[in-house]
Design a protein around this ligand. Structure first.
Ligand code: GRF
Length: 220
């Protein structure tokens, strides 16, 4: 059966490893989304090359070329709409949006943040997790709202915090989880399986599979 694929725009600022995970997922024929366009606000973002290697249009829209945040956001909208983008996935995009941009893509823009939100939003979530001495940490995919790293949660993945962890070792463990979680959540959104009711998400379908597992740290 030919699936109808949603056209996704991915916004990046750097390395692009989550972008790569999304590109790899979308190369599977039954995946319900295709990466139609990648935009970076930084000309030197490594992720641009991942897109080009996969034959995906990759554009630089440098925020430094715009007088105001609103002008930059308008240029983003113009490029995304010219490519008929239906959904946006933020993947390490390091710019704050105007409320107008967030409203324009309401319930059509998702983000991945490397913490179990609402814990540790903003900068240095791994340092924040170590400082709080939590034993489980992880990542969250959510719809984007005005406040940084806020919005209805689509999915989360947890990893243990291990003795001797640094922010770097913890970030690397979480990143592995991100690369599984983000393609999974984008699939659910692209399949229209997420309903948002009163700023909470309801996921359609049988979710009972594998749910008996408990991730416990320290382990028993
Ligand atoms: C990821 O940890 C993501 O969760 C955060 O920024 C980082 C981007 O990494 N928002 P990459 O560019 O996808 O490799």
């Amino acid at each position: 059966m030919r699936v109808e694929r949603k056209r996704v725009g991915v916004l990046i600022s750097g390395r692009g490893s989550n972008l790569q995970a999304l590109i790899a997922a979308a190369q599977v024929p039954d995946y319900p989304a295709e990466i139609a366009l990648v935009i970076s606000n930084r000309p030197d973002a490594k992720g641009l090359q991942h897109a080009r290697n996969a034959g995906i249009e990759a554009k630089v829209i440098d925020h430094k070329g715009f007088g105001t945040r609103a002008d930059f956001d308008s240029a983003l909208i113009e490029a995304l709409e010219a490519a008929d983008v239906e959904l946006i996935a933020l993947a390490g995009f390091m710019r704050l949006f105007t409320p107008g941009f967030v409203a324009h893509w309401h319930d059509r823009m998702i983000n991945i943040h490397p913490s179990l939100l609402p814990l540790f939003p903003g900068l240095d979530p791994h340092g924040q997790a170590l400082a709080a001495d939590v034993k489980l940490h992880g990542c969250t995919v959510h719809f984007v709202r005005d406040a940084t790293d806020s919005g209805p949660i689509i999915g989360q993945a947890a990893v243990p915090v291990l003795p001797g962890d640094t922010a770097e070792s913890l970030a690397a463990r979480v990143l592995t989880a991100e690369h599984r979680l983000y393609p999974h959540c984008l699939r659910l959104v692209a399949e229209d399986r997420i309903r948002i009711e009163g700023e909470r998400t309801a996921i359609q379908g049988d979710l009972s599979r594998n749910q008996a597992r408990v991730l416990m740290n320290p382990p028993d």
